[in-house]
Design a protein around this ligand. Structure first.
Ligand SMILES: CC(C)(COP(=O)(O)OP(=O)(O)OC[C@H]1O[C@@H](n2cnc3c(N)ncnc32)[C@H](O)[C@@H]1OP(=O)(O)O)[C@@H](O)C(=O)NCCC(=O)NCCS
Length: 332
């Protein structure tokens, strides 16, 4: 089937009310400081969920905004794909929880477990569903409440992550929207590297028990330097493959929207791709790494602020635990 098959008809985002700055982390007694965090990561603050704010509530808010932008009602949505590593509960899926909140009763709903690449994976799945006719109108969400699985005493991880949600409506590229949409996709993973960034307990192999109070295995564990190296390599590969797939070069890209993990990873990816930083969307300073939510939050901001406009071509690229990585070139 000839692309584009699916286009992004509307986007939305939501974050918790509470902002936690690097100075706040320091004031709480974490052995770190603002200058180090800014220099090594580019992060200045992150949003952290408080009372009454959940994966479900953030995702629902982002989804409602995306639906309003796209002019789509809950009854029209026939597919909900949610990328998340932090569902409010493990059974049923976050997607089913969100479906219930939205009243999107016609939809099939499920989660995609691809960590920070979750939104890109979700869009790829949705595009495939639209191509087969299984779906006409898909809602793809990336959402995280990473604060719930962070060890706030571990400076390796506590400084990096934040909470939030981003959402997009995908529809068939038809009629007035015939030329718009996803031009190419690339999807990879390498499970042999899983334990470089993982959450050891909580699954069937190692359910939560009293041990977690001692071994902290219910929190995110990360080998930062190793993750960094693989992230740079994988994001570079993903940008190359997405451009090849679309038969485009870096000069055809109006805006790159990379996963917002670390400014140094973003800069290395842009340099490899030959895309100047003025064509790269960066908001890691304001949000930290919101994992699956990072690309759709950046996408929504770029659209709302006019950085990404109709007729432009964007390169979306992400990397995450698994390891997983993926990319897509999209014409807006
Ligand atoms: C975590 C990360 C910021 C650490 O930065 P780094 O430059 O690799 O730093 P290192 O781990 O080599 O540590 C350098 C020094 O800073 C110290 N340090 C580590 N974390 C610190 C912190 N939060 N505050 C202050 N000092 C810190 C270390 O102890 C070390 O000190 P030493 O030289 O005296 O031993 C970086 O590795 C990274 O971003 N990795 C990728 C993580 C990521 O993106 N994960 C999600 C992927 S989706």
């Amino acid at each position: 089937m000839k692309r584009p098959i699916a286009y992004i008809a509307g986007t939305g985002r939501a974050v918790p009310k509470q902002v936690v700055t690097n100075h706040d982390l320091e004031a709480r007694g974490l052995e770190t400081n603002d200058a180090w965090i800014v220099e090594r990561t580019g992060i200045r603050q992150r949003y952290v969920a408080g009372e009454g704010e959940s994966t479900r509530s953030l995702a629902t808010e982002a989804a409602r905004k995306a639906m309003a932008k796209a002019g789509v009602s809950a009854g029209e949505i026939d597919l909900i794909v949610v990328g998340t590593a932090t569902p409010d509960r493990l059974l049923p899926s976050a997607a089913c929880d969100i479906q219930a909140e939205l009243g999107a009763t016609r939809a099939g709903a499920f989660d995609v477990s691809a960590a920070c690449t979750g939104f890109v994976y979700g869009c790829l799945v949705a595009e495939g569903m639209l191509a087969t006719g299984t779906s006409e109108t898909a809602l793809v969400i990336g959402v995280e409440k990473l604060s719930s699985i962070l060890n706030w005493d571990d400076r390796n991880t506590a400084i990096l992550f934040g909470d939030g949600a981003g959402a997009a409506i995908l529809r068939r590229s038809r009629g007035a929207n015939a030329g718009k949409g996803i031009l190419s996709t690339y999807l990879r993973s390498d499970g042999t590297l899983g334990e470089l960034l993982w959450r050891p307990s909580g699954g069937a192999e190692r359910p939560f028990g009293p041990d977690v109070l001692v071994d902290k295995s219910h929190f995110i564990h990360m080998a930062g330097r190793e993750v960094f190296k693989h992230a740079v390599r994988s994001m570079a590969e993903a940008t190359d493959r997405a451009l090849d797939g679309a038969k485009l070069t870096a000069s055809d890209i109006d805006l790159m929207i990379p996963h917002q993990a670390n400014i140094r990873i973003i800069e290395a990816t842009a340099k490899h791709a030959g895309i100047s930083m003025d064509k790269v969307y960066v908001n890691v300073d304001a949000y930290g790494n919101t994992s699956a939510a990072s690309v759709p939050i950046a996408l929504d901001e770029a659209m709302q602020t006019g950085r990404l406009r109709e007729g432009m071509t964007a390169l979306l690229v992400a990397f995450g635990a698994g390891f997983t990585w993926g990319s897509m070139v999209v014409r807006f």
